[in-house]
Ligand binder design. Structure first.
Ligand code: RB5
Length: 142
């Protein structure tokens, strides 16, 4: 499975920790930046990620900004993107089972890496339930 990961400066440390973790786990990783602490604009990284996912260059995207809010808003402006800001185990499960999110989002300044790795693992190991949920997803893009 290929995972693309991107962040702004507010999510840089968490992004790098996630890249390290998932590479060690044997996942194929596309690191879309940012790669320095210089201040950057989160919409640029959300756009880069959305284009990457929509072009099917990776199966899952992970985005991180300071709170996860700005970069979620930006990613969800793209038709076909379902970016879910995840903040607990139940939401991690539902974001896949019901929403089939193609990008999961975290706050680098509001969450700790252990929790975020736990949420990512739950999300990756959960199956989309389809059925009535697919009908609802279809309405998002109609
Ligand atoms: C950057 O300072 C910060 O505003 C950004 O990372 C994010 O939290 C926006 O929602």
């Amino acid at each position: 499975m290929k995972i693309a990961i991107a962040s702004d400066h507010g999510g840089l440390d968490m992004k790098n920790a996630l890249v390290q973790h998932f590479a060690k786990q044997g996942f194929d990783i596309d690191d879309l930046g940012t790669n320095s602490t210089d201040s950057v604009d989160y919409p640029d990284y959300a756009d880069k990620m959305a284009e990457h996912i929509l072009a099917q260059k990776a199966e899952l995207g992970i985005l991180v900004c300071g709170t996860g809010v700005g970069i979620s808003i930006a990613a969800n402006r793209h038709k076909g993107i379902r970016a879910a800001l995840i903040y607990d185990e139940f939401v991690a499960q539902m974001a896949k089972a019901h929403n089939n999110a193609n990008i999961i989002v975290f706050g680098g300044r509001t969450m700790n890496i252990e929790d975020v790795i736990k949420y990512c693992t739950i999300f990756i190991n959960t199956k989309f339930e389809s059925g009535r949920h697919q009908n609802r997803l279809n309405k998002l893009d109609d």
